[in-house]
Write a protein that binds this ligand. Structure first.
Ligand code: F6P
Length: 361
């Protein structure tokens, strides 16, 4: 019988994490009478035994707060944990230590909230016999076993707001305005915000672009009397003959590639080929911060409650997800390691094309 559960938030932060924590703690303590231990800073807290014991009031007033009250880290993989000894860096498998810590604390089950990296480690702990339930988080919306991850809609809201603001200045100055958004190797944020904000060109990793076709679209608009254009580009977009643009490589991270810089590259190309003044806005971590929109608060709450119900039903090794209107549970074995990309012939791309959006192809 479950008496005590642990919870952590891992990977990059995202709006809605606190809403999940609130739902987990309230349901676990209020409905089922479990004790809840929260580990600080993702898997680092589990390895270093850094935790708090939740009291009911600890999750009051956090539903609308961005970030995570537990802290997080996208650098710490418990199976390849960075350790510095005598000035030398080593990567050590700390999974046995984690299991010892869980045993010593009397934790019957862990609720692990994170993206693909965090959930891959969750699957690996499940394989070692640890009772785990996963909750899918990421603004990128790139996890295949769920229609939507929480945090995505807030990022789309932020990006759409930026497009709305760029429109007026683009029009006043007769410029091309480029908005570079996040999303890693998937174009969901760019596509959704581009459609919502009425972008003229949307460039995503799933549809490699030809810069000449991008410029043709902009020139076509000028010829029709529209002397400004809005281009939304995903950080992972690439040209038909180019590579990903990488801003830096973080050596000790499970995912060392940090994307960024494609917006500036496109701006130079547009000024050179189409001869129109161009400016770039890189939205960056603004997409990860701030208050979750109501959709994400609701989804986070549904995920958090369902995760605890799975614990109560003894259904471990599972991840909660959204399929259509229903909250589902899928095996972590099936859920991780599969990138959910934008289908180039999918409905949203076709809709965008129908209203005149160019994809540079
Ligand atoms: O996965 C979420 C995300 O925000 C990506 O969209 C982005 O590429 C990456 O994380 C940025 O990571 P960091 O916070 O380490 O710069």
């Amino acid at each position: 019988m479950v008496k005590r559960i642990g919870v952590l938030t891992g990977g990059g932060d995202c709006p809605g994490l606190n809403a999940v924590l609130r739902a987990v703690v309230k349901t676990a303590m209020g409905k089922y009478g479990y004790e809840v231990i929260g580990f600080r800073d993702g898997y680092r807290g589990l390895v270093m035994n850094n935790y708090i014991q939740f009291k009911p009031g600890d999750v009051s007033g956090i539903l609308d707060k961005g970030g995570t009250i537990l802290g997080t880290s996208n650098r710490d993989n418990p199976f390849k944990f960075r350790v510095e000894r005598g000035g030398k860096v080593d990567y050590v498998d700390m999974s046995d230590r984690v299991i010892d810590n869980l045993y010593a604390l009397g934790i019957d089950c862990m609720v692990l909230i994170g993206g693909d990296g965090t959930l891959t480690s969750a699957r690996d702990f499940a394989r070692m016999g640890v009772n785990v339930v996963g909750v899918p988080k990421t603004i990128d919306n790139d996890l295949s076993a769920t229609d939507t991850t929480f945090g995505f809609m807030t990022a789309v809201d932020t990006a759409t707001d930026a497009i709305d603001k760029l429109h007026s200045t683009a029009e006043s100055h007769h410029r091309v305005m480029i908005l570079e958004v996040m999303g890693r190797y998937a174009g969901w944020i760019a596509l959704a915000s581009g459609v919502a904000g009425g972008a003229d060109v949307i460039l995503i990793p799933e549809i490699p672009y030809d810069i000449n076709k991008v410029c043709d679209k902009i020139k076509e608009r000028s010829a029709a009397g529209k002397h400004f254009s809005i281009v939304v580009v995903a950080e992972g977009a690439k040209s038909i003959d180019g590579d990903l643009v990488v801003c830096k490589v973080v050596k000790d991270s499970p995912d060392p590639i940090r994307l960024g810089g494609i917006g500036n590259r496109i701006a130079e190309d547009i000024e050179r080929i189409a001869c129109i003044e161009t400016r770039v806005t890189v939205l960056g971590h603004l997409q990860r911060g701030g208050r979750p929109v109501p959709y994400d608060r609701i989804l986070s709450t549904r995920y958090g409650v369902r995760a605890v119900e799975l614990v109560n039903e003894g259904k471990f090794g599972m991840m909660v997800g959204l399929q259509g209107d229903s909250i589902t549970a899928v095996s972590l074995e099936d859920a991780v390691g599969k990138l959910k990309s934008v289908p180039p012939d999918g409905e949203l791309v076709q809709i965008a094309k129908s209203v005149g959006v160019g994809f540079g192809n």
